[in-house]
Write a protein that binds this ligand. Structure first.
Ligand SMILES: [Zn+2]
Length: 146
């Protein structure tokens, strides 16, 4: 009886299992937000098309990452680099279902970083360029999926 909950968007009753697979939406509302794709289709895409990005991302995390996310050089970096790294981290398509708002934030951060990257010192540039590379990859990968 209590196994049904309401869709975050249209208030229709849905199964709890649906709710958890869509991050809170009924299937039609989920598809509205995901280029008509179902949760299983999105899952399939993420598991099969993203291994390259995932590899880069893992390397990136191991190499250098803001201290709050496991690295050590956070405080020495420019805000724009940190901002972009933050959005890249939170737009990792393996971690989350990406919504349009988050995608646009990533895109904005990537554009901003691309403009500023030439002015950085070598030390900062190294982190900034791998962040930018990954950010661009995610922007491109996600462009027709949000
Ligand atoms: Zn709905």
């Amino acid at each position: 009886m209590s196994s049904k909950v309401i869709c975050t968007s249209c208030n229709v009753l849905i199964l709890k299992t649906t709710y958890s697979s869509t991050n809170g939406f009924c299937i039609p509302c989920f598809q509205d937000r995901n280029n008509s794709k179902t949760p299983n289709e999105i899952k399939y895409i993420l598991n099969n098309e993203l291994s390259e990005a995932e590899k880069i991302f893992t390397l990136h995390l191991q190499k250098k990452w803001p201290s709050e996310l496991g690295g050590t050089i956070f405080e020495e970096l420019d805000d724009v680099v940190v901002g972009c790294a933050y959005h890249v981290f939170h737009c990792n398509p393996h971690k989350d279902i990406i919504d349009l708002k988050r995608y646009n934030s990533l895109k904005k951060a990537v554009n901003e970083l691309e403009k500023l990257i030439l002015s950085y010192s070598n030390y900062e540039k190294e982190f900034a360029s791998s962040t930018l590379q990954l950010g661009k990859y995610f922007v491109n990968f996600l462009s027709n999926k949000v």
